[in-house]
Design a binder for this molecule. Sequence first.
Ligand code: ADE
Ligand code: ZN
Length: 334
Amino acid sequence: MRPTAELHCHIEGAAPPALVRKLGERHGISLDGLFTPEGGYAWHDFTSFLAAYDRAASVFRTPQDYADLAHTHFATSAREGMIYGEIFISPDHAANAGLSYASYVEGLAAGIERAREETEVEGRMIVVGVRHLGEEAVERAARIMVEEPHPLVTGFGLAGDERQGRAADFARAFTLAGEAGYGLTAHAGEFGGPENVADVLDHLAVSRIGHGVRAIEDPALVARLADEQVVLEICPGSNIALGVCSDLASHPIGLLRRAGVAVTLNSDDPPFFDTTLAREHEEMARTQGWDDSALEALTRTALRAAFCDEETRGRLLARLDGQDVANPPLRLTP
Ligand code: ADE
Ligand code: ZN
């Protein structure tokens, strides 16, 4: 089994449809139209995907619901090889379901801890602000994270519809999080063009970009990404499902890697896109012809870019191969 590490997975987007259905029944929430006849999630474009995501999230009402979700995600992924995983968590989704930030994080942490005891998988959480809810909501998410710290919450990010707002609108939230020592990442270059990627790099002091694949449209930006060793959290299966890219064989991850960009492989919202982290690796071998050492390099880059403490990083890298391989520096949060 191949050891893997993941930096980009939205916890509500990792909810298996069967669990969502069960909790919907338990809490008396109507989920009409949420599922396809085959039992997957029903959506047809980015906007309807975000709406389906919000509905699936709405059934998680108690800390125990979130503990079960995190445990399922981490334990299942670990059985398929994952040794480290970060999840995006959203205080706005918790609040919509009537949960306080503290209960949300405590529930998720209990699930992560239980999975770690069973499988040795390490997990961390990255609080995200939802871009289309506006700059005040994003700043509130950063503030509550800083005011109510938890040892497993180690990063701050920006998700949601990147076609809305400018990166600079969110600078206050990112400054707050960055000054408090959190790792920083933001979705860009998925539904927005390369200018969104540059905008985020210029204004939000991130070390990583969620997706970033549309950087491929601007060769100067690709050179900048390689030069500054910005880490891209690439999610090929998601890109195909959402129509950002046409097929895996021509997915820009190959060109970006050859241009010297630091790339990682991620599942984003696995059951929505009929994928898993292990499957993403298998598909890169099949469609891009990557061998074991190329796939291992993705995991090594993910561990080097992970928002975890140095002791944990060292232990995970040692677990990967026990070798002392040169690790040139990645972009430091400026
Ligand atoms: N939230 C969940 N999945 C997302 C994606 N692929 N892009 C932006 N926001 C998201
Ligand atoms: Zn995402």
